[in-house]
Write a protein that binds this ligand. Structure first.
Ligand SMILES: Nc1ncnc2c1ncn2[C@@H]1O[C@H](COP(=O)(O)OP(=O)(O)OP(=O)(O)O)[C@@H](O)[C@H]1O
Ligand SMILES: [Mg+2]
Length: 250
């Protein structure tokens, strides 16, 4: 498998009981790329991310990450791969009873023997990177939605992942906060050279962060290309309705 292909998905089928959600997904992601996945609610975008992470077992097909076939790896080996993937969940998924810095350093506090002072130092650095300096002792309930998103981005970044998944990072945020989060995602991508896969319904975010956009519909990828290419070429009513939504600035 070509090393530039950080993720390769072949004929991926995923179902729950009687219903098949993903019906033969093929996708290659190049190292350093930013891919955006769009598609109507319930079409399987989050299921796709979770399957790549190894949290859902596919019925058929293969996934390769860093050239390794992860669909046949043991749970232990998969954990090693998952450590290199940061995930920003659809809900920010912060622990309510923990402070901001404990949320960001969670993995290191509870799963390693690294001294707390060192962990705190690292969390403060990353909190500064995401624009949350001086908020380390706040509790999640004291933060706005945008601030919570920043904290969950910091939590994903702290392990220096090579791949980052964002599941609807701007959903539920006002337009200005969405724009700030969009800028943060761009900045982090440029700075840490991550490979990003972002699921979103936000056209502005898609147009500003994507190298390529994949349209997921009826269980397969129906269109794939840059924002400009899809805008020019696509005849799919779904992609046109997505791309021509009000608020599109390009
Ligand atoms: N653990 C599960 N068990 C059974 N069905 C599931 C499970 N997870 C997801 N599904 C089903 O799979 C389908 C796709 O769900 P998914 O969460 O991937 O949608 P989505 O594209 O992310 O939608 P949204 O844009 O609303 O977040 C839905 O019909 C959902 O009910
Ligand atoms: Mg979802």
């Amino acid at each position: 498998m070509c090393v530039d292909k950080i993720i390769a998905i072949r004929n991926l089928h995923v179902g729950f009981e009687e219903t098949e959600v993903l019906k033969g997904i093929n996708l290659d992601v190049t190292r350093g790329e930013s891919i955006v996945i769009v598609g109507s609610s319930g079409c399987g975008k989050s299921v796709l991310l979770k399957t790549i992470l190894g949290l859902i077992k596919p019925a058929e097909g293969e996934i390769y990450i860093f050239g390794k076939k992860t669909t046949s790896l043991s749970e232990k080996k998969m954990l090693e791969i998952r450590k290199k993937i940061g995930m920003v969940f659809q809900s920010s998924a912060l622990f309510d009873s923990m402070s901001v810095w404990e949320n960001v350093g969670f993995y290191y506090i509870y799963h390693t023997k690294i001294e707390e002072d060192k962990i705190k130092e690292k969390t403060l650095e990353i909190l500064e990177d995401v624009g949350m300096k001086n908020f380390e002792n706040f509790l999640p309930e004291q933060l706005s939605g945008g601030m919570k998103k920043r904290v969950s981005i910091a939590r994903a970044l702290i392990s220096q992942p090579e791949i980052l998944f964002y599941d609807e990072p701007t959903t539920g945020l006002d337009p200005i906060t969405s724009e700030n989060i969009t800028n943060l995602i761009r900045e982090m991508h440029a700075r840490f050279k991550t490979t990003d896969i972002t699921v979103t319904h936000d056209v502005k975010l898609a147009s500003r962060i994507s190298d390529r956009i994949a349209l997921l519909e009826n269980g397969t990828i129906q269109a794939m290309g840059s924002f400009a290419e899809l805008k020019k070429k696509s005849k799919s009513p779904i992609i046109l309705s997505f791309i021509n939504r009000p608020g599109d600035q390009k």
